[in-house]
Each structure stands twice: as C-alpha cells, then as structure tokens.
Design a protein around this ligand. Structure first.
Ligand SMILES: N[C@@H](CCC(=O)N[C@@H](CS)C(=O)NCC(=O)O)C(=O)O
Length: 397
C-alpha cells in the first residue's frame, strides 16, 4: 500500500524517541506540512521501506506519490526545492546567516551526541521505565510483554555501546555535564534576545539543533528536568520548535505578520558566544575525524568511487580516533555522514562571492571556528541510493 497516495499527505517514518526524526518533525510542523507519523515497527516499514533505503534507519519520508526520501537534510531539501509550499525558508539568503545555520545543523545533529547519549542512558532511575515504554511502542513489532522486555534489553545494550563510541564514559561523564550546562546557559542567554538562532524565524540551524535537543534532551525525564530548572527559555524554544503557530507574548515581534531574521546579515554577540562554544566542544573532534578519514582514504587508493569502501554497504563508521577534548583524552567513532553535512556548509560558502566568503570567514574567526571551512576530506562524501559513499579523488588531493 502506498500511504498518502491519492491525497497530499506525507508519511514520516520515525519515532518519538529518535534523535534524527526530531529535526524533520520540527521542520514539517513549522511548515504546516500535511503528514502522518508512522513507526519503523510497522509491517509497511519492513516491507516497503527497508528494501529501498538499504538499511533500518529513520527518518524516512514517503511522498504522496510513494517516493521515499531518507535523511533529514534531504527531506528538508525536498520541500525547499519547491515540492510543496512552505511557510519559512529554512535557508537564509545572506552569506553569514546561511553559514551559521549550516554550522548549527552540523552541531545539533553531531556535536551534541555526547550529552544526548549521556543524559539518556546514564540516568536509569529517572529514564528507564519511560524509555522501555517508548521503545516498545514505536520500535518493536507487537509482542508479549516478556519478549518486549528482552528486546529492550538488547536494543538499549546496543545504544549504551553506541554512547561509548561517541565518547560517553565514566571518566568523561562529569565533563559532559559541565559542558552541557554551559551550553544551556549560553543558549538561554541568546534566547533572551531572540526567539530563534537567527532572529524572528526558524532556519536550518534551529532544525538541526532539534535533533539532539528534542527526543533525548527534552523528552527524556532527567534532562527535561535539568532544562526546565536551569534554562527555561531553552525549554520554551524546544516547545516553539514543535508547533506551527506563531508565538506572540515572550517575543511580540515574532507574532507579527512578517517576522524577520537579524537585520543586515548581522550576528549578535550571544550567537558568537554560542559559536565559540561549538569551537571548544566540537572543532577538535571533527578535525581529528577529517585527519583520520584522509589517512584511511590514503591507505585505500583503489577504493571504488560510489562505494563506502567497507564490506557492508550499509556500514556507517570507518574506525575510531583519539583526540583531546576539554583537556582530556577521548576516543570516538568516525562517521562519513558528518563530512557530508560539513560539505553542505562548504558548498554554501563556496557559492558566495569574494565579499561574502570573507564575511563568513571573519565571523567564524571571531568564534575560533574558521578552520571548519578548511576541513576537507580528499574524497567527497556523496549520498547515492540513500547511502553514504565516497566520490572521486578531489583534484590536487
Ligand atoms: N543521516 C541520518 C541519520 C539517521 C540516524 O542515524 N537515525 C538513527 C535513529 S535516530 C537510526 O536509524 N539508527 C539506526 C539504528 O539504530 O540501527 C539522518 O539524519 O537521516
């Protein structure tokens, strides 16, 4: 059966507990897209989606004419290219705003994974019953309770292992908590002067942040309490990002007929402070990952273009790398998907004229983030048939 066929309704395969579904759901709601959310536990997902997208993954969007789109950014782009009328363009049109939006798309999906996984999996007293219910409801096919409990044990075990692969250990835990509270304070301060990252409208960066900030960090009980106690404006931003109606009151200008992004492509100091945080929290990691990838690619000169260079085309990691994070040694898995998101930033900046590129570089330099613009892998990551693969060797690489 093709869900939504015959009318204009989309189907979003995702789960309330899924990180990456949060980015897309927020976008669809803000744009008032007509969609229904279905779970990957459904027979339809197994029969119609997995064989096409090549792996068990969410989010996947099914269009009213039955096409499938996997990946949050690709789903957003489907609408941004004009498939269906949208209300707020996700991509700012000015160079600095566009670049900053891409930075937070990358950071929201990839740079906040450590707090997301820590606050989900290391607070069993507060979280575990909730998570078991969520997983059972949306991720497993219907089954007797005892069997579901076993499934949850297995599935949560996989996720706990994934948390370690993202650098969540007993040693790093206290630093993750300090860092997350710093993030909340900085974001809360920024939201004191603006309803969204770039002013009166949500853009790509806000949607990107809704990956980590929604399911793990705002719906799971332990961090939800923390956000409400320590950064209530952040909590209201999350709620705002989950509704379509304008939000008059706290930000009266946001309820007007035509709210605007900050004037003149400007970046307020509170946003520069957030980017400085991204620099401390994530730049060392993505830098180490690019170096690892280039060595890995250098060791595989015969890697066939259009493949991921691994025995299983659905595999997502190319090894593990050590680096220093907040003064301590840490080790995390390297995933080419992150390079693909970062390339979106590079491409957006490369398309600007010389003045635009200089303005972006100066803005990122003020936050210590400009080297992000120069972090390039020797082969680009491409997405073909819903999977990440390596493109040809770059000229001069
Ligand atoms: N590139 C992806 C990332 C999607 C992703 O990793 N989704 C997770 C759930 S939030 C997943 O499906 N993981 C597969 C698994 O757990 O086996 C996107 O944004 O669409």
């Amino acid at each position: 059966m093709t869900t939504g066929s015959g009318n204009s309704r989309y189907t979003l395969y995702g789960s309330p507990s899924s990180l990456y579904t949060g980015k897309v759901r927020s976008y669809l709601r803000k744009q008032q897209i007509n969609f229904v959310e279905a779970h990957p536990s459904s027979d339809r997902y197994t029969a119609d989606v997995v064989p096409v997208v090549g792996r068990w993954i969410m989010p996947v969007l099914q269009t009213p004419d039955g096409r499938l789109i996997q990946d949050g950014a690709d789903i957003i782009d489907h609408f941004e290219r004009g498939a269906t009328a949208t209300r707020y363009p996700a991509y700012p049109t000015t160079p600095r705003h566009l670049a900053v939006s891409h930075v937070f798309e990358l950071f929201g999906g990839e740079g906040l994974l450590r707090p997301a996984m820590h606050y989900r999996w290391n607070f069993n007293d507060q979280n575990l019953a909730f998570l078991e219910d969520e997983f059972t409801t949306s991720l497993f096919p219907p089954m007797p309770a005892e069997q579901a409990a076993e499934f949850f044990l297995h599935s949560s075990g996989r996720m706990r292992k994934a948390a370690v692969n993202f650098g969540v250990t007993a040693d790093t835990a206290p630093f993750i908590e300090d860092a997350f509270i710093e993030w909340l304070q900085l974001f809360d301060a920024h939201l004191g002067m603006s309803p969204y990252l770039l002013g009166g409208l949500p853009t790509l960066g806000d949607y990107g942040l809704m990956a980590a900030m929604w399911a793990h960090l705002f719906r799971d009980p332990a961090p939800a309490m923390l956000i409400k106690q320590r950064a209530p404006r952040v909590g209201r931003w999350v709620e705002r990002m989950s509704t379509y109606e304008p939000y008059d009151g706290e930000y009266p200008e946001a309820g007007t007929a035509s709210p605007q992004l900050f004037a003149d492509d400007s970046i307020p100091p509170t946003l520069t402070a957030l980017m400085r945080y991204v620099s401390a929290e994530y730049l060392p990691e993505i830098t180490a990952h690019v170096q690892h990838a280039n060595t890995w690619l250098g060791d595989r000169p015969d890697l066939v273009t259009g493949t991921n260079g691994l025995p299983d085309p659905a595999s997502r990691g190319i090894g593990r790398v050590d680096f220093t994070w907040r003064g301590m040694p840490i080790s995390t898995n390297v995933m080419p998907y992150r390079f693909w998101l970062m390339q979106r930033l590079h491409d957006a900046v490369d398309q600007q004229d010389a003045n635009g590129q200089a303005a972006v570089r100066a803005t990122l330099a003020e936050a210590g983030l400009d080297s992000l613009l120069d972090l390039r892998t020797t082969r680009r990551v491409e997405r073909v048939n819903h999977l990440e693969v390596w493109g040809p060797v770059a000229a001069g690489a």
